[in-house]
Design a protein around this ligand. Structure first.
Ligand code: BGC
Length: 738
């Protein structure tokens, strides 16, 4: 018996050792190993670790990479993917190079690897960070099995300007919501230990303020006060650091005259000294070399010195560190200590990834890891969960299942690519469920589903209008799918107009004019302007770009199998001329609400948005009531409990996202008219009522003052709770000195 239990104990120990992740090495051991390795490295090998190069389109490595890896002059690649290919190159690095340092393979796994989930802006509309955590985990699982270690995600740039195409990659305009999604996505990609199989190390990008590009034009200048940087643009990045993110990417833009890829303040003072981040920073694609165009470096050597000295550890694609490093050291423009520190940070992440013990991907796992049924189920759930119902007069939606004929109209209804969205990883068109296919699959057997394209997404022709109108006339209901193609959003896809491109608005007008019940479904990667539709069409659903399962998910919502519960994570303007328009703005000396000529407004459009931040309807109705505070006054630093009741007053089960906002109406600096400081998703059966409780902590009431201290100033505060940023109940409380 004794022997049996000893055997059992040994077996358990062996099993535990086998499943224990490499990251469980003690941090001190890792630092010792790094030091030992650094002591053996030549300057060329050190600089080699700082170099990341791009693979070929399609995922192969380049012939040159083999030679560089063999000589120890390559630290990482991007875009090389597929377990067999990464293993080939890795084998050269770890068997043929002098010091056998493994490569780290990176890729933009933004919203999925092969199974594509909704664009990140859409997922933010779910106001359900736990869902984004689950989709990131699946993305990591697929990508890791395809030989990758590192994703250039999450993108954490606050974006107040929908002209900027990259608004699609982030969580919208709000720092609090952005921080919640940042932490969730980091947890999803990395898990508690990114050396585990099925995980990736994440990259918080683009550090920082990239989303504030002037005029919404990609890569453009930003100029922001330090208060605004700290208050609005930093919080999602800080949340990522707190969640343990392993890497950062420096952005393309300049900030207050200093490019982000040479910005000591953001890269070293804030990130290293204040936040104690100990991972590494990679530049953005050639952003080191671009310091020349920014006009802060006369040549590549100067660019290298500025970037590395400011705190950019790895150079993506341009090669100035490697080409000019030795000369810069000789000329004392770069110290060996700075280079060692950058190498140390990169090796630290390679150790934490467990690459020294386990450099290869298991090639047998890759095929079975992609597009698993449970991954596709999650993609469908996530896409449906992200949709926002903007309007639903006369309960046009959900569609009656006894409907005899449905007209599916519009250029996006049968488009395999656009619904995947920009930055669709290794997603393949052939794995997309189109909208038309999804509706056909969901419609009852006796329902006739017919399709007419009407017009192209872009272009001037209305030649298809006649067919589309005729189809609408002979059908019981017309569903019009309009919006953008995937290449109209994402990087280098800024727009000067937010209108529906091409003839799509005219198509919607022509269909609405038939008098048939009409539903407009928007397929969009950003807020769009569609005032006529908002005023005239009875039902509008924002479906975003939903990914591989977009078609099924849209059908789920249209037929009412899923009750929509998304809320806008970004303000929808009436016209592009209102941009930037965001809910957490400061007041002016002449508030726009004042009914006189000299208040802060426009003469040609209302100052208010078309749809406010936090807005979204449901197939049922909710009532938020009975706002109560635990106490009328607190001391600085103390907590306050805020409660409301939320009731499902309609006839269907549904979720309401209850939102809490705060305002500090009198302070030493102007504070926003409201700021989101809490939200909760509440599931309610018809007639059900629940109590929702929020805790306001010190951080929710503090702000960065003129001395750059994060302080709570005593005085009166307003608290607002409701179902969007405009429809709120209000109460007041006081904060007094300790
Ligand atoms: C983008 C980054 C991306 C990188 C690598 C750059 O152009 O700005 O977001 O991670 O390319 O693909």
């Amino acid at each position: 018996m004794k022997r049996l239990s000893a055997v059992f104990l040994i077996a358990v120990c062996v099993l535990l050792a086998a499943i224990a992740p490499a990251h469980s090495q003690r941090p001190r051991d890792v630092e010792q190993q790094i030091n030992a390795l650094l002591a053996k490295m030549t300057l060329a090998e050190k600089l080699g670790q700082l170099q990341q190069l791009d693979g070929e389109a399609g995922g192969n490595y380049r012939p040159e990479h083999v030679d560089l890896a063999r000589k120890g002059l390559l630290g990482s690649t991007l875009n090389v993917r597929g377990a067999a290919k990464t293993n080939e190159l890795q084998r050269i690095a770890v068997t043929e190079s002098r010091l056998k340092i493994p490569l780290i393979f990176g890729f933009d796994v933004i919203h999925g690897y092969r199974t594509i989930f909704p664009i990140p802006l859409a997922e933010a509309a779910s106001w359900d960070p736990s869902m984004a955590e689950r989709t990131a985990a699946v993305a990591a699982q697929e990508a890791n099995n395809a030989g990758l270690h590192w994703t250039f995600a999450p993108m954490l740039d606050i974006a107040r300007d929908p002209r900027w195409g990259r608004i699609t990659e982030g969580a919208g305009e709000d720092p609090f919501l952005g921080a919640a999604f940042a932490a969730a996505r980091v947890r999803g990609f990395q898990g508690s230990d990114y050396s585990a199989p099925d995980k990736l190390v994440a990259c918080a990008k683009h550090w920082v303020a990239y989303g504030d590009a002037e005029g919404g034009r990609d890569y453009n200048t930003t100029d922001l006060s330090e208060n605004v940087l700290r208050q609005i643009y930093f919080p999602p990045f800080k949340a990522a650091v707190d969640a343990g993110v392993g890497t950062f990417m420096s952005s393309f833009n300049s900030i207050n005259g200093v490019p982000a890829s040479a910005n000591r303040f953001t890269l070293t003072k804030v990130l290293r000294e204040e936040w104690k981040f100990d991972g590494f920073v990679v530049s953005d694609y050639t952003s080191v070399k671009e310091l020349i165009n920014h006009g802060i470096a006369a040549n590549e050597a100067e660019a290298a010195a500025k970037a590395l000295n400011a705190g950019v550890d790895m150079e993506m694609v341009s090669r100035s560190y490697n080409q000019y490093g030795p000369r810069l050291v000789e000329q004392r423009q770069l110290s060996l200590a700075t280079i060692d520190e950058a190498v140390r940070r990169i090796l630290r992440i390679k150790y934490r990834l467990g690459l020294f013990e386990k450099p290869y991907a298991d090639e047998t796992r890759e095929p079975g890891s992609l597009l698993r049924p449970e991954s596709l189920r999650l993609a469908r759930e996530a896409a449906a969960h992200s949709m926002v119902l903007l309007k639903n007069e006369r309960n046009v939606l959900p569609l009656d299942k006894s409907v005899k004929s449905i007209a599916v109209i519009g250029p996006l209804a049968d488009d395999r690519r656009s619904v995947l969205g920009p930055w669709a990883g290794d997603g393949r068109d052939e794995n997309t469920v189109t909208i038309l296919a999804g509706i056909k699959a969901a419609a009852p057997a006796q329902t006739k589903v017919s399709y007419a394209k009407g017009c192209d997404i872009k272009g001037d022709s209305d030649a298809g209008f006649g067919e589309a109108v005729a189809l609408a006339k002979e059908s019981d209901v017309a569903l019009v799918f309009v919006g953008e193609s995937d290449d109209m959003g994402g990087e280098a896809a800024s727009r000067s107009s937010l209108d529906l491109p091409g003839r799509q608005m005219d198509l919607a007008k022509a269909i609405q004019a038939t008098g048939k019940p009409t539903v407009v479904v928007l397929i969009n990667s950003r807020p769009l302007t569609f005032g006529w539709i908002a005023d005239n069409v009875p039902a509008i659903l924002v479906a975003w770009m939903g990914g591989s399962q977009a078609g099924n998910a849209i059908a789920d919502v249209l037929f009412g199998d899923v009750n929509p519960s998304g809320k806008l994570p970004v303000t929808f303007p009436r016209t592009v001329g209102q941009v930037p328009i965001y809910y957490n703005h400061l007041n002016t000396g002449r508030p726009p609400e004042a009914q006189n000529k000299y208040s802060s407004k426009y003469i040609d459009v209302p100052w208010t948005p078309q749809f406010p931040f936090g807005y979204g309807l449901s197939y049922t109705t909710f009532k938020v009531s009975n706002l109560q505070l635990s106490v009328p006054r607190i001391r600085v630093g103390d907590k306050l409990t805020v409660t409301v009741e939320v009731e499902n007053t309609g006839k269907r089960a549904g979720d309401e996202v209850v939102q809490l906002y705060v305002r500090d109406p009198v302070a030493s600096m102007s504070r926003p008219v409201k700021e989101l400081k809490g939200f909760q998703r509440v599931a309610l059966q018809p007639g059900e009522k629940k109590r929702v409780e929020f805790t306001l902590t010190r951080d929710a009431l503090a702000f960065w003052n003129r001395e750059m201290r994060f302080v709570v100033e005593p005085g009166e505060f307003d608290v607002m709770v409701g179902s969007n940023s405009q429809d709120v109940l209000e109460a007041k409380f006081a904060v007094v000195e300790r």
